[in-house]
Design a binder for this molecule. Sequence first.
Ligand SMILES: [Cu+2]
Length: 350
Amino acid sequence: MHQLILLIFLLAYALVSVALANGGQAKTETQSARPDSHAPLGVMGDHAHSSGEWMLSYRFMAMWMHDLRSGTQIISTDDVLQHFAVSPVRMSMQMHIIGAMFAPHDKLTLMAMTSYRDNFMEMQGGTHGDSHRQHSGKSHEMESSGLGDAKLSTLIPLLRSRDVVVLLNAGLSIPTGSITVEGMNGILPYPMQLGSGSIELMPGVTFSAIRNNWSFGAQTRAAIPMNENSRGYRRAPLTISTVWGARRLNDWISVSTRALFENWGNVAGEDKALSPHMAPTMDPQLQGGARASLLLGSNLIFPDRLGSPLAGQRFALELRLPIYQHLDGPQMALNWSIIAGWQYAFKFTH
Ligand SMILES: [Cu+2]
């Protein structure tokens, strides 16, 4: 189903690209109408708006994991089953993210985001004599879906010149995502839950610059859970740093390349309903890691020459390949992920 949506999106993207490529070049434009005036799609909170401007966005993100790692080493399911009753075999996550931005003032942009998530995990092994369905070596699956945590942010431009912007990001994550999702054998392991269960502080700073047909940017941000959640644990802070460069090919399309570094720690405390000896996904000390990824992306904006209502509509996508992962494992490692989305900024005119 999700793969179908993605395929349709990619086809539409290709069609629109070809259609626009035949349209020729436009004469004038403003900086904010450049395709690369927004960062690559996976960068959140990268831009501010001008007073009175709204923006709506939709992003679809999918991640696929089918390797197990301990440290940087890939290990086999059999290795894991030497120490645990159950081992994860593969996992996938899909997320629909809806966002809204509004700038009451040039010096302040507000942003709200909510998501709907689907998690899927296949496992091997099983408990001894616990259930008729699960014999050692047999595989079984679990799924969870629902709302994720809601994010509220303020973006404050510290510096906004014609071609350089420095943005301060200050946000809160509200625990609207469930941390009590259950499967056939009770509460699901940590990676399958939909939220963190804690209020999180989300500070960050974003730098971006435009020079001729090029643009560059860097962002560093964090999500810091503030309290122990109702299940008795607290997820570790997550830090994300990224740098990117983009080349505008013409007034409607740009291509980008990006490096991304993520670091997250282990779970503090534990959900007492999860037995750490059962599966690595249930051990609070096997959740942390660090990862570096390379991303390739493209931004597309319908130029003004097409006239409304298409003018200003943005479509973008980004493909991500991890190049280094160091995981407190055994833990599922990311193989690749993709994000595709739509953005539209507008003003209500009276
Ligand atoms: Cu925006």
